[in-house]
Design a protein around this ligand. Structure first.
Ligand code: ATP
Length: 877
């Protein structure tokens, strides 16, 4: 058993080395031998199953029955065509769906947790799947434990093991407690950490003892079957719409069949026509098209550094009207440089720092020792705030490695954004120095003395006020202030609780973290797009407002509120005033939740960023939780809807724009397909009602509906982004798809397509009175070609096809050319012409067909002129 053996034994057993880790070659060898450290997912569906799912649809059943009846009645070509259309449609469906699935799978891989591992004496971050037995793994707060691990070092390490125990309170871990006995429950193994549990506090190091399916979690395989519901609100609405349309279609078909029987039409033809009308009325291709457009959209977003973790968020993104953003690293570049420092009651420029001065020396030593970051010969690891401090040491020749060798760290309390403090205990001769660094107010709260000119004095209120005034003046210059206190203790064996109190104040350092260059423009763009940017930061109010002013987020300190001020309001009162503020400073993670809730209570759609372990609740409370990809913990990433791989605010704004574009594009596809379906119904229904000949044969409808329509619909789904989307207010998420002009447009366009098809049919009957087949051919071609042309108009509701750039959507142009070529081939190749019961058209016929087919497009473009005029009037009045 791993938990009841000494770490040294395990090190030997697994032929590894706790200090240096495995060699890279050995790790590679073990990876080949034992396979990747992955839990096996669910079995992939077979090709046959995928095809079956496509065919397992009531509409397809109706078609199959139609095919069988046609075959029995001797209409073999009809039967064949129907079968062919079903097969082509199913294959397109499978291809699209598997493409969408692959895209989402790739995204999932992008956001899987990494592991920090020691190999050949160096520390790396690697994919967790590359871990092997014997690897030495470093654990820090906020990380998922990447494999089953026997701990060899644990500094205040706490791990949340709810995956096994259901208990969400983290348990303390100790490397040196060796439990007796052989059969301890997972929860009782204090020196073990298990895959998929979560470290919430402290640090640790351990040896990997099991990977992949051999881990404890791997043994409970059923946990992997939990699948998230990844259907978006729009997809849910569409499914409902599909059902309604289904009922409607069946109703209309039955009605048409009854009417035609009264008219004494041929039973078989009308039976088939009714069935095809039902099929024509339902946009079968829609769900697949929506899925693929969504998948392509999130793939594009991933390339622009925004990884969508939950598909429904793509739609919500487009509706976001408040972006709450962290300051450090998101609005700023997160490269800190110390500019000023304060000791002995004086602010000085860093250039003047002198290590011969005892207070300055202690300030530097304390700051460097109380940091986990490293910075050596230009190579840096860790928190940028701490890197800046270590660099001050480097500048004056106080190097971290040397210091640590002399003053070994014997205890520590890690930094967290609630306390805003960090403490280490270091050996100084026979005694121990406690160093605590952190936010100035918090350091002053736990200090009662001050070191001034080699003397330790009482820290009076007057003195405190002076220090605060000095630190405020640095904050006003947008500098982040980190203060330091210390005390000397005799023994290292003290309780953790006794460390952060009764300190001696030494001084502070002020560091600059410049705003990211591109952020100002992005904030301007969001303003135009009706989106408010709110800064949320753990930093001081003055530092925050200085940066906020520079970026255009706020213009006055009255728009800033501190965490302490938030605490003075209850939830209800806070909700009343929250809209007056643009900056929340000195906040802790709980405040973030309160802020999100207050904004949401006003009906806003709120996005919130976060990186720490404690940020998970606010990320979950927000409509769009955004985690930092670089500085974020696994916990924050796990709770987020979106991950920024570059931690950049601008990426959020770009993602919102992309989200808006994806939604409008999907809407274009949907409205296009619905218009086309309505057109088919109109053409058929009017013909039957007025006792005309049947203008379209079932196979024509099926073909247009399932094949020629799909390509322009897909191309509309990938329409290049419209620059105008960021000049509009955010979309109301409850708004219907048919709100505004959209519903009316579907009706108008349906009528237009139906009317032009009928017109072509009647005109052809007039030209060639002896040939019904010729007229049906003309109707068939006009139906498909008019839809192809009209798709161009769908690219924008108000701007003309020239204004949006006629050739800009090359996919759409390709789809139109391809569609016309397909149509031409079908009626010209003798074999297909026979199958489709069509004639080859003359050049003159084609000319007529093309002219008639342009009518819906032209009328749409004329209508847009009126829309533009009325829009101009409303904006100018
Ligand atoms: P933002 O929320 O804008 O990203 P932040 O995440 O950096 O800011 P915190 O990390 O919560 O905010 O930091 C809040 C305060 O805690 C800082 O203003 C600083 O005074 C202090 N602080 C930050 N990092 C450390 C650290 N490593 N050690 C000690 N104190 C720190």
């Amino acid at each position: 058993m791993w938990f009841n053996e000494e770490a040294k034994e395990i090190e030997k057993k697994l032929s590894t080395n706790i200090i240096n880790g495995l060699s890279k070659e050995e790790a590679e060898k073990r990876l080949l031998e034992n396979g990747p450290n992955k839990l096996k997912g669910k079995k992939k569906k077979s090709m046959f199953m995928l095809l079956f799912e496509q065919i397992n649809d009531p509409m397809i059943y109706i078609l199959l029955v139609a095919a069988i009846i046609s075959a029995i009645l001797g209409e073999v070509s009809d039967a064949l065509i129907i079968l062919l259309v079903i097969i082509i449609n199913a294959v397109i469906g499978v291809v699209q769906e598997s493409k969408a699935e692959k895209a989402l799978e790739a995204l999932k891989n992008l956001s899987t947790p990494k592991a920090v591992v020691k190999r050949d004496g160096e520390i790396f971050e690697i994919d967790s799947s590359d871990l092997v037995i014997g690897d030495i793994v470093v654990i820090d707060a906020g990380r998922y434990i990447p494999a089953d691990i026997r701990l060899v070092e644990a500094a205040n390490l706490k791990i949340e093991e709810s995956a096994f125990t259901g208990e969400s309170v983290p348990v303390e871990k100790h490397a040196n407690i060796i439990n007796e006995g052989d059969s301890l429950h997972v929860a009782e193994q204090a020196n073990m950490a298990f895959m998929s549990t979560l470290s919430t506090y402290g640090r640790g190091i351990g040896i990997v003892i099991a990977t992949g399916m051999d881990t404890q979690i791997g043994k409970i395989a059923k946990m992997l079957d939990t699948e998230e519901d990844n259907t978006t609100p729009l997809q849910k609405k569409l499914a409902k719409l599909g059902k309604t349309l289904g009922f409607l279609a069946v109703g209309i078909s039955i009605l048409m069949f009854i009417v035609s029987m009264f008219q004494g039409r041929d039973f078989l033809t009308m039976f088939m026509t009714s069935i095809s009308l039902a099929v024509a009325a339902i946009p079968e291709g829609l769900p697949a098209i929506v899925a693929i457009v969504l998948a392509l959209g999130v793939q594009r977003m991933a390339k622009q550094n925004a990884i969508i973790r939950k598909l429904p968020s793509v739609e919500t993104l487009g509706s976001v009207n408040i972006i709450c953003s962290d300051k450090t690293g998101t609005l700023t570049i997160n490269k800190m440089t110390v500019k000023k420092y304060f000791v002995n009651n004086k602010i000085k420029s860093l250039e003047e720092i002198d290590k011969e001065n005892p207070e300055s020396k202690l300030l530097i030593e304390g700051m460097v020792l109380c940091s986990d970051a490293t910075s050596k010969e230009g190579v840096q690891t860790g928190d940028p705030t701490e890197i800046a401090l270590v660099d001050v040491g480097n500048k004056v020749g106080i190097f971290k490695d040397d210091l640590l060798e002399e003053h070994k760290r014997v205890n520590e309390i890690p930094f967290d954004s609630d306390r805003k403090l960090m403490t280490t205990v270091n050996k100084y001769g026979n005694k121990f120095n406690v160093f605590t660094k952190g936010a100035i107010d918090n350091i002053l709260k736990i200090s009662n003395k001050i070191l001034i000119n080699r003397e330790i004095k009482e820290l009076s209120q007057e003195e405190k006020d002076k220090i605060l005034k000095a630190s405020d003046s640095l904050s006003d210059e947008a500098l982040r202030v980190i203060a330091l206190g210390y005390k000397i203790i005799d023994s290292e064996n003290v309780t953790i609780d006794s460390l952060e109190k009764d300190l001696i104040f030494i001084g502070f350092m002020g560091m600059i973290d410049p705003p990211r260059e591109e952020v100002k423009a992005s904030i301007e763009i969001s303003k135009k797009a009706g989106i408010r940017t709110v800064m949320i930061t753990g930093d001081h109010k003055n530092t925050a407002i200085a940066i906020a002013k520079e970026l255009g987020i706020a213009n006055d300190i009255s728009q800033a509120m501190s965490g302490a001020e938030i605490d003075t309001y209850n939830d209800e009162d806070f909700t009343k005033i929250v809209n007056n503020y643009r900056v929340f400073a000195r906040v802790s993670p709980e405040h973030k939740v309160k802020i999100v809730k207050a904004f949401k209570a006003h009906g806003n759609i709120v996005s919130m960023t976060g990186d720490g372990v404690n940020d998970a609740p606010s990320l979950q409370a927000a409509d769009i939780g955004v985690a930092m990809g670089i500085t974020g913990t696994d916990v924050a990433k796990g709770a987020a809807d979106m991950i920024l791989t570059d931690d950049n605010f601008t990426t959020i704004v770009n993602a919102v724009e992309e989200g808006r574009n994806i939604f409008t594009n999907i809407k274009k596809s949907i409205l296009f397909l619905l218009s086309c379906n309505l057109g088919e119904i109109v053409a058929l229904f009017v013909a039957i009602l007025f006792n005309l000949d049947t203008p379209l044969l079932p196979i024509h409808l099926l073909w247009v509906n399932l094949i020629t329509d799909s390509f322009p619909a897909l191309s509309l789904g990938v329409d290049p982004g419209d620059k105008g989307v960021m000049n509009k207010a955010p979309r109301n998420p409850n708004e219907s798809l048919f709100a505004g002009r959209s519903g009316l447009m579907v009706v108008i366009n349906g009528l237009l397509i139906g009317a032009t098809t009928l017109f072509a049919f009647l005109y052809s009957e007039h030209l060639y009175p002896e040939s019904l087949r010729h007229a049906q051919t003309m109707a068939f071609v006009v139906l498909s070609v008019s839809q192809l042309f009209f798709s161009l108009s769908m690219r924008n509701e108000t701007r003309s096809i020239i204004q949006v750039g006629l050739l800009k959507n090359t996919w759409l142009i390709g789809a139109i050319v391809f569609g016309i070529a397909l149509q031409y081939s079908i009626i010209t190749i003798p074999f297909t012409a026979k199958l489709f019961k069509v004639y080859s058209l003359t050049i003159k016929d084609w000319l007529i067909v093309i002219l008639i087919s342009l009518i819906p497009l032209i009328i749409n473009e004329i209508l847009k002129i009126f829309y533009r005029i009325s829009e101009e009037k409303t904006t100018s009045s």
